[in-house]
Design a protein around this ligand. Structure first.
Ligand code: SF4
Length: 386
């Protein structure tokens, strides 16, 4: 398949693994990925295990469901309990614990919560139920925000008065800045999110090497893409010259998708937003413009701000800051599994705990042949590429 097979080519995978293996890193390094799809792909292809032993690859706040705070879920559950409201949500969000219960549990008690596959399905629900208010739970990053904007545009054009957004849309640069400034975890380099970069352009991340000396590479999602990006970051760090490489040039440009950016500016404005594990960050969210208050569920239904309470035993916050990896949480794979998730990072299909549970739990550590032997390298390259 074009654009897939060539990025899973075992020969290329092996060359890149050898390149990574031959790099002599100056000190222990931490590289962070900030995209849930990268988290899943890195675990699925076993790429965390091909890095040199003194390079840690940790996950950051890149899974949209995981970073959505419990207070938001409490507001969504409160709305879903009103007889005049239908709440429309992506399925991943339903099992995330709120302070007291999840949307799924609220639905079992009679709340009208519908799973949709796109915001346009929610718009269709609004058309089909003119006597009810349909509230779409708009979460996600710069990648999903344009579709929410397009749905609002359509609702305005068609005069669909009963369609609302409960927004918790977020933008990626502010939490990266916050992580680097907090120095809670030392991050030496980032794999930059391919999908977000396609919208905002790689130029939006130039501040990382320029202001913070962080090494960066925009990465795609196939093994060759990810290994190229990892190699680019590690070469920058090995040579002591942090910069920004775009290794996903077939999709990402410096300026990004200007039409999508214009759509975002037309319907949204930067607002303060709360990130699970990181806290409140100014201008890290997207809220509807004041002229669209009639589409904003918080305004239309006079929702009270909800603080939210997280399960104190769940360490999702630390996972989302890269401070720990999932196996360091005492609940991982014991009390907390995808069948019985104790936190958002195990619920979401892009959550780090779910990725480790599915792909890394039984894989164990590095195979003794993984490094230093051509037979081991060939074996691993075949595994990665398959
Ligand atoms: S393993 Fe479960 S309880 Fe632990 S951090 Fe992950 S989601 Fe939370």
């Amino acid at each position: 398949m074009r654009y897939v097979d060539e990025y899973r080519e075992p020969r290329l995978v092996r060359e890149l693994m050898d390149e990574l293996g031959n790099l002599r890193v100056p000190r222990p390094l931490t590289i962070m990925e900030v995209c849930g799809s990268h988290t899943m792909a890195l675990s699925r292809f076993g790429l965390r295990r091909v890095l040199p032993p003194d390079v840690r690859l940790v996950s950051g706040p890149g899974c949209p469901v995981c970073v959505t705070p419990s207070g938001y879920l409490d507001q969504a559950i409160a709305l879903a309990g009103r007889p005049e409201v239908i709440v429309a949500s992506f399925g991943d969000l339903l099992r995330v614990p709120g302070s007291r219960q999840s949307l799924e549990e609220a639905r079992a008690e009679g709340a009208d919560v519908r799973v949709v596959y796109s915001v346009l399905d929610a718009l269709e629900l609004a058309r089909a139920n003119p006597e009810r208010a349909v509230v779409f739970l708009a979460i996600g990053f710069e990648t999903t925000a344009p579709t929410a904007a397009a749905a609002v545009a359509q609702a305005e054009d068609e005069g669909i008065a009963n369609f609302y957004l409960l927004t918790e849309l977020k933008v990626m640069p502010p939490p990266m800045r916050a992580l680097l400034e907090a120095q809670d975890v030392r991050v030496d380099g980032f794999l930059l999110p391919g999908h977000v970069s396609a919208i905002v352009g790689w130029g939006a991340f130039r501040f990382l090497p320029e202001e913070y000396g962080a090494a960066c590479a925009v990465a795609g999602f196939e093994p060759v893409d990810l290994l190229r990006a990892l190699a680019a970051v590690m070469v920058q760090l090995t040579e002591g010259r942090p910069s920004l490489a775009n290794t996903y040039g077939r999709v990402v440009t410096e300026e990004g998708n200007l039409a999508a950016q214009a759509l975002l500016r037309k319907y949204f404005r930067p607002v303060s937003s709360h990130w699970r594990g990181i806290g409140e960050l100014p201008a890290s969210g997207l809220g509807l413009l004041p002229g669209l208050a009639h589409r904003d569920a918080r305004t239309a239904f006079s929702l009270e701000p909800a603080e939210g309470r997280d399960n104190p035993a769940c360490r999702c916050g630390e996972v989302l800051r890269g401070a720990i990896t999932p196996p360091e949480c005492p609940l991982f794979a014991g009390r907390c599994t995808p069948a019985s998730p104790q936190g958002a990072c195990m619920v979401s299909s892009e959550g780090t705990c779910a990725a480790y549970f599915r792909y890394e739990r039984l894989a164990g550590g590095r195979h003794p042949d993984d490094r230093g032997s051509s037979a081991g390298s060939a074996r691993k390259a075949k595994e990665v590429a398959s």
